[in-house]
Design a protein around this ligand. Structure first.
Ligand code: TXA
Ligand code: MG
Length: 318
């Protein structure tokens, strides 16, 4: 198992040496490597068992740092950067040559974000290197929102987990880029569509649910527990699958009566931000409990509802 601690100096030492360190962010824990060290980046792919066609996000601590690795930030994306950074926003920008092709899987754009976590911001300032960091989970499995999740999943493969407590957003960043003059959202995440559109007007969604590997990171089988997860109308699903030992996930609806081994509540007050915060922890817990299957609802399409539904659909049996 890895050492879990809050020693930033130790993390810096390991990262400078080309080792991997799990780092806290406000979204999910990341599996970090020096983005400029190709050998270290290669080990991110191997530790995660992640295909090389799925590029990595680099993390920096300031907009001035972003411009060391990207050519420019287009005006509309700059509005978002100034409003939401540090925070759960990732921008796709034309990369500079200094960024290894391995990081971007050969694509001309690099994904960059400034995470909103005091420990990781302090680490980034001091190390003065960009950190490539995908979510710190084995490829396709549930993302980690606390150090124990990382340790359970990857603790045997890495030396150190920087402990920043539980993540306060709980869903990965929203990924935004530009095509011609249009702003496009490629992954729904911790910043809602409404909040983005309030700043820059209407944007286009290009979210791929088909499982087409040409759309990196948007593979259908993702965020998945090991046991079958069924999503939709929980009462209907329970009628079909309820003969199996069931874990039930609810969003509000506290008076629902379905027989289950265990019931988890995403948000008793039907708040999608609270649900985002709890989603991956509940999926981890449901995966470890005594049930055979997990049943979950789809959320209303407001706030972080669409991002949560995206995760649930990708994680489910279809
Ligand atoms: O919140 C987050 O974004 C977390 C934390 C650790 O920062 N990171 C994260 O990384 O979710 P990951 O690797 O699990 O998902 C990043 C996704 C990739 O799967 C890919 O879809 C997209 O970001 N991406 C990264 N670089 C890209 C690029 N150059 N072009 C297109 N998509 C890219
Ligand atoms: Mg991931």
């Amino acid at each position: 198992m890895a050492i879990i601690g809050n020693n930033i100096e130790k993390a810096i030492h390991l990262l400078r040496d080309g080792e991997l360190v799990a780092i806290p962010t406000e979204t999910v824990y990341g599996l970090a490597a020096n983005a400029l060290n190709e050998k270290a980046v290669l080990s991110v792919f191997s530790v995660k068992e992640r295909p090389a066609f799925d590029p990595l996000i680099i993390h920096v601590h300031a907009i001035s740092e972003v411009l060391k690795y990207a050519e420019a930030i287009p005006e509309k994306l700059m509005v978002l950067a100034k409003k939401f950074w540090p925070g759960p926003l990732t921008l796709l920008l034309t990369k500079k040559a200094i960024v290894p092709d391995l990081v971007t899987s050969g694509l001309p754009q690099v994904a960059v974000r400034i995470p909103d976590h005091p420990i990781t911001l302090a680490l980034l300032k001091e190390i003065n290197l960009p950190l490539a960091a995908p979510s710190a989970n084995p490829f396709g499995y549930i993302s980690p929102t606390d150090p124990a999740h990382v340790d359970q999943q990857l603790g045997h493969k890495i030396k150190y987990i920087l402990d920043g407590g539980p993540c306060k957003v709980g869903l990965e960043s929203t990924i935004v880029g530009m095509e011609n003059d249009e702003v496009v959202i490629y992954r729904l995440g911790g910043i809602s569509i409404e909040n983005i559109e309030r700043e820059i007007g209407q944007v286009r969604l290009h979210i791929n649910l088909s499982g087409d590997p040409k759309a990196p990171g948007q593979l259908k089988s993702h965020y998945a527990p090991r046991k079958p997860l069924y999503v939709g109308d929980v009462c209907e699903l329970s009628k079909i699958y309820g003969y199996k030992k069931t874990s039930l996930i609810l969003f509000g609806n506290t008076d629902i009566e379905i027989h289950s081994v265990k019931t988890y509540q995403l948000s008793a007050t039907s708040n999608t931000y609270e649900a985002a915060l709890k989603l991956f922890k509940i999926l981890h817990d449901a995966d470890a409990d005594a049930s055979e299957i997990v049943i979950a609802p789809l959320l209303p399409e407001t706030g972080l509802g669409p991002a949560i539904n995206d995760r649930l659909k990708r994680a489910s049996v279809q």
